[in-house]
Write a protein that binds this ligand. Structure first.
Ligand SMILES: NC(=O)c1ccc[n+]([C@@H]2O[C@H](COP(=O)([O-])OP(=O)(O)OC[C@H]3O[C@@H](n4cnc5c(N)ncnc54)[C@H](O)[C@@H]3O)[C@@H](O)[C@H]2O)c1
Length: 494
């Protein structure tokens, strides 16, 4: 780290992200100074030191960005499918050339281990780009039924608000379908992880996204996020983040009756059926929960095990937690990096303390940093056994490396516990018999169920039920989200 980065002066450790751009917003195809506003030091969570300061935009910047997007909308909405496919292919090509740089930036700003930012976050981003091209090639924008025509048209100017936990992937799952649909947009990324969004903006610029089609305004939620949500000339908000902020966005958007697409928090259950391979299922569940240091909306944080296997499950989980390497996220061998911020670290500590106070049995990890780490927002991979439904650690989304083991008496009870949450994003079921696992999946009230360690399918819809949201991303469902339906009756017979 250079002296300039240590002091937080507007230098940049990145190869190509120009230092002066950190103090700018991107509007109408150009980097420009914001209309006033403050600046914000982005902290490297592994070192607790500032990396650089970024400018936080204002509501006036949102006005300018929305106006640029509105001006660009008619031409872009009228562009051909072939033009948009070509554009998305160019974005995918440029993204591929900058992928490693992107992974390093992500690791620096949000602390995800390099093996994950390179191997998962940016890889998934690339897949989403390839996937939207595949979808766009055959998507039916118009359907004729006799003299009735059903059209799908771009919804208009979109406000995109994204979190920090898998930043570039969450940006891509909005920007890629919005471009495919012919929408124009204003992105407000998380102020905790803005560099990846700025690099992504450079990628779009280099790929030749027409001016005004994509705009970036960094800023905090209450200022820039709410200005976007309230804006009368924004037709849709696509939001990913906490349920708390998602509700605020929906409230701000309500007077203008715009579409609000929400991807919110979760508290996934991982049901180990009595016939599962306990060792394999517990190890996999623990590793999956601790991916991204538990900062994942789909983290299988509630491990439900049959009562007679609970002690063994706790021992296996504790051993699995203790083998994980916590440390420098830039080290390719690291499994868990730091939590994203001091606030997140403090919150996770509070919830671990609450678990201890509530009488859950701590079998691995606990309060404080892992041994040997004296700075950085590193939490200990923590496993609680004897967790009872209703405990705070069983209900709250912890967003840290904490697994809670809950013993159940019957599969009926396991299903009831899994569903007894305000959230409904993801769930997991483990069984030696895939059809038995599938039967349980059918009874879970959530939007995505992973059976027996299956990975994600980026061509299938992803999104939450209940307080986990109301939108769907990925594949054609992701594209549907950015389109409005129009029915035309009395058309010439087709
Ligand atoms: N369902 C999903 O697909 C999904 C994916 C990833 C993360 N998440 C959820 O995101 C949360 C973690 O991310 P986070 O801490 O960045 O969430 P957050 O809600 O604090 O912030 C998300 C975004 O919303 C903005 N924001 C905050 N307050 C706002 C307001 N009042 N008005 C408008 N915008 C506002 C933030 O600046 C940020 O850009 C977790 O709850 C996690 O489960 C959900």
């Amino acid at each position: 780290m250079t002296q300039a980065q240590r002091t937080g002066s507007p230098s940049t450790p990145f190869d190509t992200l120009k230092a002066e751009r950190l103090a700018m917003v991107y509007i109408d195809g150009a980097w420009v100074a914001p209309q006033g506003g403050t600046s914000h030091a982005v902290i490297n969570p592994a070192t607790e030191e500032p990396v650089a300061r970024i400018a936080l935009g204002t509501a006036a910047d949102v006005d300018l960005a929305v106006a640029a997007a509105r001006r660009a909308f008619p031409a872009f909405a009228g562009s051909s499918r072939a033009d948009r496919i070509a554009l998305l292919r160019r974005v995918a090509d440029v993204f591929a050339t900058r992928r490693e740089e992107m992974a390093r930036i992500l690791t620096m700003e949000m602390g995800g281990p390099l093996k994950r930012t390179l191997g998962y976050q940016t890889a998934a981003g690339q897949t989403h780009l390839d996937e939207i091209v595949r979808v766009l090639e055959t998507y039916r924008f118009e359907e004729r039924r006799g003299r009735t025509v059903i059209r799908r048209e771009p919804i208009g100017v979109c406000g995109l608000i994204t979190p920090w936990n898998a930043p570039v992937m969450q940006i891509l799952t909005k920007v890629a379908p919005a471009l495919a649909a012919g929408c124009t947009m204003v992105l407000k990324p998380s102020e905790l992880a803005p560099f990846s969004a700025m690099l992504f903006t450079e990628i779009l610029h280099e790929a030749g996204v027409p001016k005004g089609v994509f705009n970036l305004v960094n800023g905090d939620g209450p200022t820039v996020g709410e200005a976007l949500a309230r804006h009368p000339d924004v037709d849709m908000i696509s939001f990913t983040g906490s349920t708390r902020a998602g509700v605020r966005v929906a409230e701000a958007a309500a007077p203008t009756v715009k579409r609000v697409h929400q991807e919110l928090g979760g508290k996934a259950a991982n049901i180990l059926l009595p016939d599962s391979d306990l060792e394999e299922a517990v190890v996999r569940g623990v590793q999956s929960c601790f991916g991204n240091s538990g900062q994942s909306c789909i983290a299988p944080a509630r491990l439900l095990v049959p009562k007679d296997q609970a002690n063994r499950a706790a021992a296996i989980a504790a051993a699995a937690a203790e083998t994980l390497r916590v440390g420098d996220p830039m080290d390719p061998a690291t499994d868990l990096g730091p939590l994203v911020s001091r606030a997140q670290f403090d919150r996770v500590q509070e919830l671990i303390a609450a678990g201890i106070a509530e009488g859950a049995t701590l079998v691995a990890g606990g309060l404080g940093r892992p041994d040997g780490l004296t700075r950085g927002y590193f939490a200990r991979p923590t496993v609680f056994a004897d967790v009872v439904p209703g405990m705070l650690i069983e209900r709250e989304e912890i967003f840290g490396p904490v697994v809670t083991i809950i013993a159940y008496d019957s599969v009926e009870q396991a299903i009831a516990i899994a569903n007894d949450t305000p959230y409904g994003l993801a769930a997991y079921v483990q069984s030696r018999d895939p059809s038995r696992a599938e039967a349980v999946a059918a009874r879970l009230r959530c939007g995505y169920v992973y059976l027996n360690g299956a990975g994600p399918d980026y061509s299938a819809p992803f999104g939450g039920w209940k307080q986990s949201g109301n939108g769907r991303e990925y594949g054609e469902w992701g594209l549907d989200a950015f389109l409005e339906l129009k029915t035309v009756v009395g058309a010439a017979p087709g």
